[in-house]
Design a protein around this ligand. Structure first.
Ligand SMILES: [Zn+2]
Length: 291
């Protein structure tokens, strides 16, 4: 069955616990189709996409959440972004050998993960950091919420080929339940979910199967979609960091400078005239900084 790209939020009414579930297929395909990642990297990318959407679902904001794993091992960079309306994109960089069946910690080495939330109305992003010494992306995010936000969180992530799934459960801050075992119970129920079920059943059926003995309120799902906005701006910003003489030499040699967006594989070509105009705005902003 093809998965419908969407985020489904729900709450356990008597437990002061919230939940969210995400399934992605079209988004994951569009994110990864141009890159041909090795299986281990592809899997991590799917998990990171789901994690970014689920983390975004836990906050009320207009903007973009970025999950950025900066690895020191075979995985150099794993990046996933979700807007508040679940516009998603992601990419990975890796090198060297990818050990089969390596854990997340082994693939990343002594890395660190940045969680960045850029709200549209705030100039300064909010940023959190956690190290990557965890067996999985899910374990790392759970630890992050526990350490940085003091929020008990359960996260389950599955990713296979071009399908991925995430389920997040979280105790609501500042709310208590009379049902002291409720949190442990729903976490244990969530753990019974198999990858096969997660990547084949409809979201509503998964929630129903896992939690049919709980009082669950399910909200209208939100569509998730592939969203690579601002490519051209980012490419120009990158060009401005490159030595001008190097760019001129490239244009002299090949007639143009070509840059490819790493998120969507869109190609941008700058000939001498394009390059001059792209870099001219740089001169203006540099001079305005000098003043
Ligand atoms: Zn792009």
């Amino acid at each position: 069955m093809a998965l419908v790209d969407a985020v489904h939020r729900f709450t356990f009414e008597e437990l002061a616990v919230r939940g969210a579930l995400v399934q992605l297929q079209d988004v994951f395909q569009k994110t990864s189709e141009h890159a041909q990642y090795p299986e281990a990297i592809q899997s991590l990318l799917g998990q990171a996409l789901c994690a970014s959407a689920l983390m975004s679902s836990t906050i009320k904001y207009d903007g973009r959440l970025t999950l950025q794993v900066q690895g020191q091992g075979a995985l150099r960079l794993l990046l996933a972004q979700s807007t508040n309306s679940y516009g998603l994109r992601g990419m990975a960089r890796y090198d060297g050998d990818l050990p089969a069946a390596a854990s997340f910690a082994e693939l990343t080495g002594k890395g660190r993960t940045l969680i960045n939330i850029q709200a549209d109305k705030h100039a300064q992003p909010w940023q959190g950091v956690i190290d990557t010494q965890y067996p999985s992306v899910a374990a790392m995010i759970e630890a992050y919420f526990g350490q940085s936000e003091q929020l008990d969180t359960k996260l389950i992530l599955f990713s296979k080929a071009e399908q991925c799934f995430g389920l997040l459960l979280q105790k609501l801050p500042n709310e208590n339940s009379d049902d002291a075992d409720g949190w442990d119970r729903v976490c244990q129920l969530a753990e019974t979910l198999t990858a096969e079920e997660a990547l084949s059943l409809e979201a509503a059926e998964i929630v129903n199967r896992l939690f049919h003995e709980e009082t669950v309120r399910v909200y209208e799902p939100h569509s998730a979609f592939f969203n690579c906005v601002g490519c051209a701006d980012r490419v120009e910003a990158m060009l401005k960091q490159v030595d001008r003489a190097e760019l001129d030499a490239l244009v002299a040699e090949t007639g143009q400078v070509e840059v490819t967006c790493e998120f969507c594989a869109k190609q941008f070509a700058y000939d001498a005239v394009d390059l001059a105009s792209a870099l001219a705005s740089n001169a203006a902003s540099a001079s305005s900084r000098v003043q």
